[in-house]
Design a protein around this ligand. Structure first.
Ligand code: UDP
Ligand code: MG
Length: 353
C-alpha cells in the first residue's frame, strides 16, 4: 500500500487486497443504460483562520470544479463547501461573500473551534445526502488540486474511497518531513491502520459516508477510520506544495497530540505494551528476589541503597507512565459515554439550510 513513486498526474490503481472485501453492487460501473453519467460532487474544505489564503485558493477550487464539469464528469450543481471552524478572523465573511457571488460556493459555520477533524466530519455529514461523491481537502493549496481529476476517474473505475497520497515532500522542511514521516510510522507500529503519507485529501462516495455515519465515536481520527469502513479503495499520488499563504496549524506539539489521540482512539496496543513490560519487569524482579535471598542466606547482603534507589525510581517511572496511558483510555471512555455532539452548526449560507 505504501508503494510510492509515480509522479504527479499518474495514478496507481492497484487496489489494496485487504480493503477490497465488498460487494460489487453499485460500485463497479457508474452507469445508467451503459453510459457513464456525471455525478454530483461536493468538495469539503475545513477552514480555520484562513483569511490570507482563502481568496487565493477559492478560485482554484472553482476552476477545478469547472474543469470536471466541462469534462462531463460532474454535474453543474456540484458544490464547494467550506466549513468555518470557529475562525477568529474574517474567514466566515469571506465565505459568505464568495457564496453570494457564486452559488457554487457554500458555507457552514461552526459555533466554535472544534478542530480540523470535527470540522471536516461536519462538512462530510452535511454533504452526504446532497451528493454522490465528496472530496475533502485543506484550504491552503498544499495538496495538488488537480489530482481531483484522477480521484474522480478512480471513482468511475469502481473505487468508493480514493486516498490522496503525497509522492514526495520536497517542499517541506527537513524537520516537517521527518516529524510527519515518524508520525505515520509510529501510528502504524501502534496498531492503527493508516495509509502512509495520506492526510485528509480523499474522495469518499456518499455510499461510504452513509455507512460511516454509523461510527458514532466522539474521538475521531478520520484517516484511520475510513479504512475500517471497508469498500473498494485505491490511491492517487501527487506532489505536495508549500502553503500558499498563512501558517500551519499543526506545529510539533499538535502533531504529537494528534498521533497520541489517533493511537488511543483506534488501538489498544499501548496497553498491551504496558502489560508486556509488566511481565518482563516481574520476571526480572523475581530473579532479583532469588538473588537477594541467596545473598542474605550466604551472608553476603550489604546495605545497598543504590540498587534500592534504582529499583524504586525505575518502577515508579514506569508505573506513572503506565497509569498515564491507561488514564488516557479512561478519559476517552469518559468522553464517549457523554455522547456530546461533535460539532454545532451556528450559521449556513443560502442553499445549505
Ligand atoms: N483547520 C481547522 N481547524 C483547526 C485547525 C486547522 O479547520 O483547528 C484546517 C485548516 O484551515 C486547514 C486544514 O485544517 O484547511 C489543515 O491545517 P494546516 O494547513 O494548518 O495543517 P498542515 O497542512 O500544516 O498539517
Ligand atoms: Mg496545510
Amino acid at each position: 500500500m505504501s508503494k510510492m513513486g509515480t509522479s504527479m498526474g499518474k495514478t496507481e490503481s492497484e487496489t489494496e487486497n485487504n480493503r477490497t472485501a465488498t460487494s460489487k453492487t453499485g460500485t463497479a460501473m457508474r452507469t445508467t443504460d451503459g453510459t457513464e453519467s456525471p455525478v454530483r460532487l461536493y468538495i469539503v474544505i475545513p477552514c480555520y483562520n484562513e483569511q490570507e489564503v482563502l481568496p487565493l485558493t477559492a478560485p482554484l477550487f472553482r476552476q477545478e470544479l469547472q474543469r470536471l464539469e466541462d469534462a462531463g464528469r460532474i454535474t453543474g450543481d456540484s458544490r464547494i463547501l467550506f466549513v468555518n471552524d470557529g475562525s477568529r478572523d474574517d474567514t466566515w465573511r469571506i465565505i459568505q461573500e464568495l457564496s453570494r457571488q457564486d452559488p457554487h460556493f457554500q458555507g457552514l459555520c461552526l459555533s466554535r473551534n472544534r478542530g480540523h477533524q470535527n470540522a471536516l466530519l461536519c462538512g462530510l455529514m452535511e454533504a452526504r445526502d446532497r451528493c454522490d461523491i465528496t472530496i475533502s481537502i485543506d484550504c491552503d493549496g498544499q495538496d495538488d488540486i488537480r489530482a481531483m481529476e484522477q480521484m474522480v476517474e478512480e471513482y468511475f473505475g469502481g473505487a468508493e474511497i480514493v486516498y490522496g497520497v503525497r509522492s514526495s515532500r520536497k517542499t517541506d522542511t527537513f524537520f516537517k518531513r521527518f516529524t510527519a514521516q515518524s508520525f505515520y510510522k509510529l501510528m502504524n507500529s501502534m496498531g492503527t491502520e493508516t495509509v502512509y503519507n495520506h492526510a485528509d485529501y480523499r474522495l469518499v462516495s456518499a455510499r461510504v459516508l452513509k455507512e460511516f455515519a454509523g461510527f458514532k465515536e466522539v474521538n475521531i481520527f478520520l484517516r484511520g477510520m475510513f479504512p475500517l469502513v471497508g469498500f473498494k479503495s485505491t490511491s492517487v499520488y501527487y506532489e505536495r506544495n508549500e502553503r500558499l499563504a498563512g501558517e500551519s496549524h499543526y506545529p510539533l506539539k499538535k502533531m504529537l497530540g494528534l498521533a497520541f489521540d489517533g493511537i488511543t482512539s483506534l488501538s489498544v496496543k499501548p496497553i498491551r505494551i504496558i502489560t508486556g513490560l509488566g511481565v518482563v519487569i516481574s520476571l526480572v524482579s523475581f530473579l532479583l528476589i532469588l538473588y537477594a535471598i541467596i545473598a542474605w542466606i550466604t551472608g553476603r547482603a550489604v546495605a545497598g541503597w543504590a540498587s534500592t534507589l534504582i529499583a524504586v525510581a525505575l518502577l515508579g517511572g514506569i508505573q506513572l507512565i503506565s497509569l498515564g496511558v491507561i488514564g488516557e483510555y479512561v478519559g476517552k471512555i469518559f468522553l464517549e459515554t457523554k455522547q456530546r455532539p461533535r460539532y454545532i452548526v451556528s450559521e449556513r449560507t443560502e442553499g445549505m439550510e
